[in-house]
Each structure stands twice: as C-alpha cells, then as structure tokens.
Design a protein around this ligand. Structure first.
Ligand SMILES: [Zn+2]
Ligand SMILES: [Zn+2]
Length: 144
C-alpha cells in the first residue's frame, strides 16, 4: 500500500487510504469497471460509498494516475496509467489485454493529426476480435 501512497504524493494528491485501496484494486485486476471496483473495494472497506468512488476516480483520472478505457458495447474500464498501449478486446468474453504499440507508429499517428491542424493529447487504440481462449472453445465445439 505504501507504494501507492508514494505515487499519490508524487502527483501532489492527498494519499488517503481509500485512494491507495483504489489503486491497489485497479492494479490487481488490470482493467476493471466501476461495478467490480465498487464491489471489491467495499469487500475490504464496507463504508466506501459509490459517490466517493466516483469522486476519487475522477480526481485520479485528472492527474493521470489512472486512465479510463472507453469500449464499444461494454462498460468503460479503468487501469493504472502505463505507457501507451493498444487494447485487445474480445467480442465474446469481453476480456481486455494490453498489447505494446510501436512508439514510432504512435508518433506518426500524432504527427498525422498535427498535420491536419489538430492538437492531439493522447491516442487510444482498441482492437476488437476473438481471444485465444474463446477461439479454442469454438474449435473444440466444432470438433465434437
Ligand atoms: Zn474471449
Ligand atoms: Zn490497458
């Protein structure tokens, strides 16, 4: 928990126990939606209200400690801010995996935006498809 508190302080945020718990919960899950986050945090600390969770999510997002990932056809999830990466989103089970992105590619995309007189702040890439587990399940079914 101390590492999370240090991280919060580095960002100039008050290192409350609730915020540290939020970061820990998000990191353990990888990518978590608000309902699962609420459930897991309340399991540890039953007095946390949904309002407090929303408020902290907003403040931590504003300081870019965490990032919101918006997805098609499913709830947005939150993750600890890392280097820019793509998300592999399974259309069947909804699993989300991180995929490293070539930095040159990102720079090229941003430069393209700038060339169109646009001021880019961040790039989000989601790749939708079928994960290996679901793919295997399908092949197994076909064999039967
Ligand atoms: Zn899947
Ligand atoms: Zn991610």
């Amino acid at each position: 928990m101390e590492t999370y508190k240090t991280l919060l302080k580095q960002k100039g945020l008050k290192a409350t126990g609730q915020r540290a718990l939020m970061l820990k919960t998000i990191e353990e899950d990888g990518h978590i939606d608000i309902d699962a986050l609420k459930e897991k945090m309340q399991a540890v600390s039953p007095n946390i209200s949904l309002n407090t969770i929303y408020l902290n999510l907003e403040q931590l997002s504003n300081e870019e400690v965490i990032s919101k990932v918006s997805l098609n056809n499913q709830k947005s999830v939150y993750e600890i801010t890392k280097h820019t990466h793509a998300h592999l989103v399974c259309k069947i089970c909804g699993s989300i995996e991180d995929e490293p992105v070539d930095l040159n590619l990102l720079t090229a995309m941003k430069e393209g935006a700038i060339a169109s007189s646009f001021k880019p702040s961040f790039v989000a890439v989601n790749i939708y498809g079928i994960c290996s587990r679901c793919e295997n399940n399908q092949t197994n079914k076909e064999k039967k």
